[in-house]
Design a protein around this ligand. Sequence first.
Ligand SMILES: *Cc1c(COP(=O)(O)O)cnc(C)c1O
Length: 251
Amino acid sequence: FEYGDYTEPNQVKEALASGSYSHLAFIHHETSTGMMDPVEELVAICKELNVISIVDAMSTFGAYPYNLTELGVDYIFSSSNKCIHGMAGLSFVLFHNGQKEALKANGRSYYFDVYKQWDNLQKKNQLRFTPPVQICYSFMAAIRETLSEGIDARWERYKANWQILYDGLLDLGFKPLLPLDQESKILLALKLDGKEGFDFEHFHDYLYKRNITIYPGVMPEKATFRVAIIGDLYPDDMHKVMEDMTSYFSS
Ligand SMILES: *Cc1c(COP(=O)(O)O)cnc(C)c1O
């Protein structure tokens, strides 16, 4: 698929049905466009066709309500610092028990060896190399906060926050990069040329002075900027953001 194109399950199925592929690795939420790929459908196709699934859940895990038992994914990985709200510096992989032998046989790196890490944790309850202790404690606190809020509640909060930005920015005349049914509700990419005379840098600096950070796009040919709602943010925060954005255009 081209950058920015939706991962059509039917096309994936057709390609995998050729029998020439052993694994499918894909991104659940593409954080540069805000596109949510159909994880349940893609993993189901993998299972049907005996293809191993590997899911990059970096910017969904902790907020998106996965049912891992039902999903039946082979590998899914994320990190401490996005929707779980911890500090950056730790990454983790969850894998299906049935993958242990394959992992053991295929470890090709001294340091990044998921099997050896798992094995060491079982035997010694320790990471293999010097652990980033502060990050581990911060991650533990973040996991506790996540569980105490509840994933379903966090997902509802994220969606509500996203909707405030989406409605507000469209009201201001901006155009989203993606059709609504592909939007993640976690991050929103808007077209730079969607609003007459819009100067991203100037808008950015105005907001930055007011403690609001917006991001440039990743791929220059898509000409977007991005806003995201990952974090301990609530509707009041989003309304404040929209007030400042609105005041920029009315001043
Ligand atoms: C952030 C992100 C990454 C990279 O994670 P780092 O913590 O920056 O190494 C990879 N994939 C996706 C989808 C992401 O959102």
